[in-house]
Design a binder for this molecule. Structure first.
Ligand code: FO1
Length: 320
């Protein structure tokens, strides 16, 4: 990494594959001490008796350059021997756990059962896999996204993986959200006098960012931080780069376009980064009172991840 692009500290809210890519880019623009990532944990669930934390793992693997860029999740150079053995015993295995990925879930489940906090075991996993960036689960308590669809109520991974996001979404709920506390380390990071900006990554607003923002006190902590909040659009030319965001917007009667994401986040935002293909929406977004910049948002390699992260940080600098 070259010398840090900007001074001060930053908090990034992230979930899903798109979020992990921008976090990887930010990690090349900032020193580890400058970045705290708060990750969605409402996708977490138990499978094979193990606690699976997909968004924590996607970010951990991306930061350690161990992730599989084609698949978008899990580890590179993965093998599937255990999955095949499980399928011989029960052919209903719809969630694919690779052998190397399995070690993370075994390590985490064992640590949690021994009384470790999810924050502590997430830190250990990151350190042992080679990442120095601080990654925090949004909460220690279990929150579970429930997706209400035209084929009934589904757990998140049933909707996302088993049903491959095909059912039409009517609404999304986060079971347990009222009893959950925003991670105290995230509260401290948002109250840090050295904080210079807050980044909302190009994640699914409804499935990855809303769970974080729905935690009691989160929106207040962001507002009280008194620093620029800049989001990166997860929608490019009316489509999500990956995942169901655009399809969900249409199903939720929200226009599936970048400007609609800006208005969805509303007064939370000071700035919004859209893709160059959506440049004509900049003036509409500025009229919402949100500063807007167009940048290449398709993160196809490390360079584009770093460039988009740099564009996000420089908009924060301009707004400070
Ligand atoms: N996504 C899939 O579409 N199919 C899978 O079989 C699958 C397995 C999987 C295993 C571990 C993990 O950390 C993520 C996995 N994902 C899989 C992705 C996961 O469902 C999503 O990344 C998040 O939950 C939403 O961003």
């Amino acid at each position: 990494m070259v010398k840090p692009l900007v001074s001060g500290k930053f908090v990034a809210l992230s979930g899903g594959v798109g979020g992990a890519k921008l976090v990887r880019g930010l990690a090349d623009c900032l020193a580890p001490s400058q970045l705290t990532v708060v990750a969605n944990t409402a996708d977490d669930f138990d499978y094979w008796g193990l606690r699976i934390c997909p968004d924590l793992d996607s970010i951990t693997y991306a930061l350690a350059d161990l992730n599989d860029e084609q698949r978008g999740w899990g580890l590179r150079d993965e093998s599937w021997v255990t999955l095949e053995a499980m399928r011989r015993l029960d052919d209903q295995q719809w969630f694919q756990l690779g052998d190397r990925d399995l070690a993370s879930h075994l390590f985490r489940t064992q640590a949690l059962r021994a009384g470790q906090s999810l924050t502590a075991v997430t830190r250990q996993l990151a350190q042992r896999l080679g990442s120095a960036t601080r990654l925090l689960p949004m909460t220690e308590q279990h929150v579970a996204t429930r997706v209400f669809t035209d084929i009934g109520e589904l757990e998140f991974q049933q909707y996302f993986v088993r049903e491959q996001c095909r059912p039409a979404v009517e609404r999304v709920e986060f079971a347990g959200i009222d009893q959950a506390e925003l991670n105290p380390e995230a509260i401290a990071a948002l109250a840090d006098p050295a904080l210079r900006g807050i980044i909302i990554c190009p994640s699914n607003p409804f499935l990855s960012i809303d769970p974080i923002l729905s935690l009691r006190g989160c929106r207040e902590a962001i507002a009280e931080a008194g620093v620029p909040v800049v989001a990166v659009s997860p929608i490019i030319s009316g489509r999500a780069v990956k995942g169901p965001a655009a399809k969900m917007m249409r199903e939720l009667n929200i226009p599936s376009r970048a400007a609609a994401v800006a208005s969805y986040y509303g007064e939370l935002l000071d700035g919004f980064i859209i893709d160059e293909h959506d440049n004509e929406q900049c003036s509409e977004i500025v009229r919402m009172g949100v500063e807007c910049r167009a940048a290449q948002s398709m993160m196809s390699d490390l360079n584009t991840k770093v460039q988009l992260a740099a564009a996000t940080l420089s908009l924060i600098e301009e707004l400070a």
